[in-house]
Design a binder for this molecule. Structure first.
Ligand SMILES: [Fe+2]
Ligand SMILES: [Fe+2]
Length: 632
């Protein structure tokens, strides 16, 4: 930043050499007349050299905005004490002083401005860092940011960060080193108390070392050279200090390694250290402490945030598992749909194709998609369990009633046949006379029994859910027409209208009422998810989940949305949902399909304009549909 020196006309006239000297010797300074100084805003560093009489009113009125002021005074002129104490007052130049003497005063003022400027810039940097750290919720990225700023602010070649858990255990998390190309990954490795970082975490005291290889034997910590060896490096100066939260507890440790004279110097050997490395000084500790203070608060916030995130995700998963436990045959469905959709979203995010090059999902949006996928069928909580697990067209108890009616029909017919035979004997004079008729009745009884057996088989067959559209068989129609005389003499039907309607279902195992009940799960999902006060970055979640049974051509439910009315997140989820429903393990009412067959069906759905064909291609091409066995 340019510094400006304002000279009053009086000073210019009386000391022309000063004017030239400032212009010549302090290149980065701008020289202006005092007329310009009068409009000076005070926002930038400046030095004003002004005659005492001329400048005094400004200082006395306390309105002088300039950082520093030097008064040009006549010999013997007395300046008032309150003026000497003024923070902006730097000194005086006496008319009678030698030029060297005068210049010394000016130079010291300029040095002071430079130092103030340096501190101001540093504080600006630290505030900026504080703002950046406070807005970063992702722990790994926060580690990166802290190390990045620490290296830059303190000219450190290397930096490491450690975190401390609630039980006081210290973990090494990430390191950085400008002199090595080795890329460090975030980790979580337990660190011993005897290490330098361990000591700092335990005591809360910073440790400043001029040479990490020259630690006194009596020191309560040791330096482990193994880390140097592993990256072929040499550590010399080191500053290790605690990061504290707002309550003052140590939540981590920041370690800075090898402060460099020249920021761009690359260090590998002890010789490089001799040439470029200097010790961390007292001002460095103050700057590092300011940074560590910001980092400590940010770290605690970030850990808290990620704890809350984990807690919330854990709660979602536990809830989903509880819902899926109501229907064991669909166990794991929501988790797999979340996994498929997440992979598909990442593939779309990576894609540079014409269609998807403008579509990107950040971490929060991916989380929104994952949660929406996990919760998409949550509304099944509002569907009766027997409907949810219904595996045949008739419930077992309905089938039991039906079988009893078959038994009743058979028994009634037997009873009737027996009465007829008894009647024959009562009317006959000799048993031989009725043999033929009795045989006919018995034959009829046998035929009727066989007919009922066949009917029962037809019913049992019809009770199986149909995979594809089928019409009710003629035989079932025949069963429906069958009547028998009940024990009370009334004519009774073998199948009532409800049973026939169920058994005649063209597809699946659900009647209309039950199908609507199952479909209502989407509305229940939306109603349930709308009750949750989602954070701003998860606010679209209920709508993403709401549309997972909508179809692009408007034939889906519950709203019959079409095309762009269905968000892309939902369209991705729909593909995953259908794919998993088709390939999931056998269910009592549905055989699982091979991945190839399932993809064929999805391709046909895409061809018919029901699911998004472009997304389906990404789903296949990216391999998003392939799950490892343990995911199943
Ligand atoms: Fe669903
Ligand atoms: Fe589903």
């Amino acid at each position: 930043m340019k510094k400006t020196v304002y000279l009053s006309d009086q000073v210019r006239e009386r000391c022309p050499g000063l004017n030239d000297w400032i212009a010549l010797r302090i290149g980065e300074h701008q020289l202006c007349s005092l007329t310009a100084a009068k409009v000076f805003s005070g926002a930038e560093p400046a030095l004003v050299i002004v005659g005492y009489e001329q400048g005094r009113p400004w200082l006395e009125d306390w309105v002088v905005p300039y950082p520093l002021i030097i008064f040009w005074a006549r010999s013997g002129q007395v300046l008032p004490p309150e003026l000497m104490d003024h923070p902006r007052f730097h000194g005086r130049i006496n008319e009678a002083d030698a030029t060297d003497q005068q210049l010394l005063v000016i130079k010291s003022a300029l040095d002071r401005i430079r130092d103030q400027q340096h501190i101001a810039e540093m504080m600006d940097d630290i505030l900026e860092v504080g703002r950046a750290l406070a807005s970063e919720k992702n722990l790994d990225r926060l580690f990166d940011l802290i190390l990045d700023h620490a290296q830059k602010l303190l000219n450190a070649d290397g930096a490491s960060i450690y975190t401390r858990d609630k039980n006081g255990k210290l973990y090494f998390r990430l390191w950085r080193n400008a002199s090595t190309d080795t890329k460090a990954e975030a980790q979580k490795t337990l660190v011993g108390d005897k290490s330098i970082a361990g000591y700092v975490a335990q005591t809360g005291e910073p440790v400043l070392l001029d040479d990490a290889y020259d630690i006194p034997e009596s020191a309560p910590y040791t330096f482990n050279p193994a880390s140097d060896r592993s990256i072929n490096y040499h550590t010399r100066s080191m500053l290790t200090l605690p990061m504290r939260n707002k309550a003052g507890d140590v939540v981590g440790v920041l370690q800075l390694i090898n402060r460099k004279r020249e920021p761009d110097a690359r260090l590998a050997t002890a010789g490089d250290c001799d040439a470029f490395v200097v010790s961390f000084g007292e001002p460095d500790i103050r700057i590092a402490q300011a940074l560590a203070g910001q980092a400590g608060s940010a770290l605690e916030n970030s850990i808290l945030y990620s704890d809350i995130e984990n807690l919330f995700e854990g709660f979602i998963k536990a809830s989903v598992q509880a819902i899926e436990a109501r229907d064991p045959t669909t166990a794991g469905h929501s988790f797999r749909v979340a996994e498929f959709t997440d992979r598909l979203a990442r593939a779309v995010d990576r894609s540079d194709s014409r269609i998807y090059r403008d579509i990107r999902f950040d971490r929060e949006e991916l989380r929104e998609i994952r949660f929406a996928s996990l919760l998409h069928d949550f509304g099944k909580v509002g569907v009766r369990e027997n409907v949810l697990v219904k595996s045949h067209k008739l419930y077992p108890f309905e089938m039991e009633v039906l079988k009893q009616r078959f038994l009743l029909a058979r028994t009634s017919f037997e009873r009737e046949s027996m009465s007829r035979i008894i009647g024959l004997y009562e009317r006959a004079e000799h048993p031989d006379q009725v043999a033929e008729e009795r045989e006919q009745i018995e034959q009829l009884l046998k035929q009727e029994g066989q007919r009922l057996d066949r009917f029962l088989e037809v019913v049992l067959h019809a009770n199986e859910p149909a995979v594809s559209d089928t019409l009710a068989s003629d035989e079932l129609q025949e069963v429906a027409k069958y009547r028998f005389r009940n024990v009370d003499g009334r004519t009774t039907r073998l199948l009532d209208d409800f049973e026939f309607a169920c058994l005649a279902l063209a597809k699946g195992s659900l009647n209309e009422e039950e199908r609507l009940e199952i479909e209502s799960h989407v509305t229940h999902t939306f109603a349930f998810l709308s009750l949750i006060p989602w954070t701003r970055n998860l606010s679209k979640l209920p709508h993403i989940a709401y549309g997972h049974h909508e179809k692009l051509d408007g034939t889906g439910y519950p709203l019959g949305l079409s095309g762009d009315e269905i968000p892309i997140q939902t369209r991705m989820m729909t593909i995953s949902d259908i794919y998993d429903a088709l390939t999931a393990s056998d269910r009592p009412y549905k055989k699982s399909l091979s991945p190839e067959r399932a993809l064929d069906i999805l391709a046909a759905e895409a061809g018919a304009g029901k699911v998004d064909g472009d997304l389906f291609r990404v789903f296949v091409d990216s391999g998003a549909h392939r799950l490892i066995d343990s995911d199943r």
